[in-house]
Write a protein that binds this ligand. Structure first.
Ligand code: ADP
Ligand code: CDP
Length: 292
């Protein structure tokens, strides 16, 4: 250790000074002796500090830095990464996951499905598992804190800087909390617009063994989508961020429309929803909902 070596060199120097002492040297010698004693005290303290934290398996320099710098907020961690984020929204069964897989393949994004992350959390046996499972069974939205933590971890663990966040934000609480905690503003919001009858048919035929793909839960999810998720799309529409896709078409045709949004030279296939735009998902309710 450097400090031990310095102490040894100093002691050697002192010995040489004592051996060759004369009157002139003697005055300097007492000053050096004083300095030496101060130095020894400091070194001892430093060695004790080093010993304690090495034995606590903590890097003392790292610990010092952590103690002297303010606690890092999630925002600053994600803020440093500055990921490019596209939110992928749409009703249950509108084809979000299907199209995300295509975008990943063609445009190098990483797909993060909020629903998949929550299902993985249940499987991992986490303490939140039972709560998440019950919420999903009821088609309810899991508290933002839980979902945001999972998203943040997934973003930070991945080296990519381009992410498709699928199925999030699903309500105003999701949206506001994500913005407040991460500081991330989406590049745009990809909105898959699909009528209820089509989504219901797709979900009942999805066959992925999902507990929530039964008619009772599907109806609850449609209701939650209308009441809680559409206002989020409306919010982003008012900021000119929504790119609407007609998701009732066959997979290939839907992807052609999606491609246009991700290909810079061909950009222009989407664009913000015009004021007074009516979405087909509003067949879920008796009257249409007006955006803008
Ligand atoms: N454009 C489409 N036309 C017909 N079926 C589709 C289309 N897009 C997706 N599907 C099918 O519908 C089901 C739901 O699609 P998925 O991508 O899982 O939707 P979401 O992620 O929005 O819930 C899947 O079985 C999928 O294969
Ligand atoms: N942001 C989110 C996303 C999903 N979820 C839960 O996960 C369920 C499934 O979401 P999903 O995105 O995988 O599936 P779809 O409903 O879009 O088909 C939702 O019905 C919610 O219960 C949530 O609570 N919060």
């Amino acid at each position: 250790m450097v400090s031990k070596r310095i102490v040894k060199v100093l002691l050697k120097l002192l010995r040489v000074l004592v051996e060759n002492s004369n009157r002139h040297v003697h005055t300097q010698f007492s000053q050096i002796l004083h300095l030496h004693s101060v130095f020894i005290q400091f070194s001892t303290l430093f060695l004790q500090f080093e010993f304690i934290y090495t034995n606590c398996s903590v890097n003392s320099w790292g610990l010092l830095k952590r103690l002297t710098s303010p606690p890092k907020a999630i925002e600053s961690t994600l803020g440093q990464k500055k990921p490019k984020v596209v939110f992928v929204l749409g009703g249950p069964g509108s084809g979000k996951g299907t199209q995300c897989a295509n975008i990943v393949e063609h445009f190098g994004y990483t797909h993060l499905s909020a629903g998949d992350l929550l299902r993985a959390e249940i499987k991992s046996g986490s303490e939140n598992g039972t709560m998440i499972q019950n919420m999903i069974k009821e088609g309810k939205i899991v508290p933002s804190e839980v979902t945001i933590k999972l998203l943040e971890k997934a973003i930070l663990e991945n080296e990519n800087d381009k992410f498709l966040i699928d199925g999030f934000p699903r309500n105003e609480e999701n949206r506001a909390a994500f913005e407040a905690v991460t500081g991330i503003v989406p590049e745009f919001v990809l909105f898959f617009d699909c009528p209820e009858e089509e989504m219901e048919k797709r979900l009942l035929g999805r066959n992925q063994g999902r507990e929530d793909d039964n008619i009772d839960t599907i109806r609850k999810r449609f209701k939650v989508f209308l009441e809680s998720s559409l206002p989020v799309i409306e919010h982003y529409n008012s900021k000119g961020k929504v790119r609407k896709i007609d998701a009732a078409k066959p997979v290939g045709e839907v992807f052609e429309a999606v491609k246009a949004l991700f290909t810079p030279v061909k950009r222009g296939g989407g664009g913000p929803l015009p004021r007074g735009f009516y979405v087909t998902v509003t067949s879920l309710i008796s009257s249409s909902t007006e955006f803008g």
